[in-house]
Design a protein around this ligand. Structure first.
Ligand code: PLP
Length: 445
């Protein structure tokens, strides 16, 4: 047997470093190389690596019990976590359905939305509308809702629908309009789509409050979500906020949708829920939906063997306590502003940077071949991949968010370090990004 890695990796032909341990914002590989986790992995490790009290909580729960099956028992950590999430969540999102990944959380949201209308005798309402330039997960239901052409392409025959509306991306508006003279044409497009498809066929509308993996921290224009909420109410459609990437304090509010004071009917969480210490995700559901289902079939047709796993719930609960005790939601806001200022300084110096955007510690940088004319790089130039690779060689991990513009072209990356990062560490990140972009700019622009 040869010594090659047997783990199936994203790119079968390339080897990845083996990480031996992590500490704070740093990861270390077996060769002794140090990496700044400038993207918290996939925007996940939001309290940094190796936090002692999370490790203690995991061990303590393991000493009690690591697994019970959700159909046979509930357990105290899952109960406590659900209660804590109902305190964190806006409005009456008082119920938690626990799953293992963000994909499962959005797919469960889809299923609960459809079931809600069935219980009300409106079983025709079974489509979930979504936007282009979105990512809701890789399982088939979640992928059906995702407007990410590269990820859909291979499975199109199995995906039952395409997204129906454009993303609210003002820097590169897909509708070729300019805010505010556009009068939120992207929201009008949602209303037109609903009228065409027929509200009697639509269960919900799902959106990432700030577009992450497929766009690079795209923040919608003011008034967007308030208008979306009004339309959903007008046509009796549930609004599902996919907060898998943006939730749990990442953007400087508990949930990104809180920035607009809008109340979703269902919310999907993952990633930062456990800060990566264990796999757990959740679908939060409003009183109205749960009461309707309880009065009907009284059973939600979803769930997994590892749902509401006590080990994972105990870890997630410890992570939330850590966020609260260290005031990390507010810290994300303060440090995010500092990071954004630094990136904006780079934008003034480096023509390759077209746009800097985001909220809190979810910042995106969009790269342009010519930012005056907003000309993107050709796909084959693989600019995002070069930038991410070079950053890694210089000891910084950033997250690629390419394919945003029309689902194929467009180069962007996310800077989303742990919320525990210090100011001098943010300075170091900005310095390395400057180095990387200077180099790439020389070759590509
Ligand atoms: N939703 C959003 C907004 C995401 O960013 C992601 C992952 O990047 C997912 C869903 C899917 O989550 P997971 O990879 O945990 O299945």
């Amino acid at each position: 047997m040869d010594q090659r890695s047997r783990v199936i990796k994203p790119h079968l032909q390339s080897e990845l470093p083996i990480i031996s341990h992590g500490n704070g914002i740093y990861l270390y590989d077996k060769q002794g190389n140090q990496y700044i986790d400038g993207s918290s992995g996939a925007v996940t490790a939001s309290i940094g690596h190796g936090v002692e009290e999370i490790i203690r909580a995991a061990v303590q729960q393991a000493e009690n019990v690591s697994f019970v099956y959700r159909s046979q028992f509930t357990n105290q950590p899952a109960e406590d976590l659900a209660l804590k999430l109902s305190e964190w969540a806006p409005g009456d999102l008082n119920w938690s359905f626990f799953v293992n990944s963000g994909s499962e959380a959005t797919e469960t949201a889809m299923k609960i939305a459809i079931q809600y209308w069935q219980e009300k005798g409106m079983s025709g309402k079974n489509k979930v509308l979504s936007r282009w330039m979105s990512y809701h997960g890789i399982t088939l239901g979640a992928l059906s809702m995702s407007g990410h052409i590269l990820r859909r392409k291979r499975f199109n025959a199995l995906l039952d629908q395409l997204p129906s509306v454009s993303a609210p991306h003002c820097y590169n508006c897909p509708l070729n309009q300019t805010y505010p003279s556009c009068q939120l044409a992207c929201v009008h497009e949602l209303e037109v789509a609903i009228q065409r498809i027929g509200p009697e066929n639509i269960a919900g509308f799902i959106a990432e409050p700030i577009i992450g993996a497929s766009g690079g921290a795209v923040v919608p224009p003011p008034g967007y979500y308030q208008a979306v909420r009004q339309i959903c109410d007008r046509y009796e459609i549930l609004f599902i906020a996919d907060e898998v990437m943006t939730g749990m304090g990442r953007t400087g509010a508990k949930f990104a949708i809180d920035h607009w004071g809008v109340q979703p009917d269902i919310m999907a969480l993952g990633k930062g829920l456990s800060a990566g210490y264990t796999p757990i995700a959740a679908t939060l559901v409003s009183d109205r939906i749960i009461e309707t289902i309880a009065a009907g079939s009284a059973s939600i047709m979803a769930g997994h063997t590892f749902s509401a796993n006590p080990q994972s719930a105990a870890v997630a609960l410890a992570v939330i306590h850590y966020l609260e005790r260290n005031n990390l939601v507010q810290q994300a806001q303060i440090k995010g502003d500092y990071l954004k200022d630094g990136l904006n300084r780079l934008k003034k110096k480096l023509p390759i940077i077209g746009d800097v955007r985001g909220m809190g510690l979810l910042q995106g940088v969009e790269l342009m071949a010519d930012h005056q004319s907003r000309k993107t790089f050709p796909l084959k130039a693989a600019v995002t991949q070069r930038v991410v690779q070079l950053a890694m060689e210089k000891g910084l991990i950033i997250y690629p968010a390419f394919g945003g513009l029309n689902g194929i072209a467009g180069d962007a990356f996310l800077v989303a370090p742990p919320l525990t990062i210090k100011q001098d560490e943010l300075d170091l990140i900005i310095e390395i990004i400057e180095d990387v972009l200077l180099e790439v700019q020389q070759v590509c622009v």
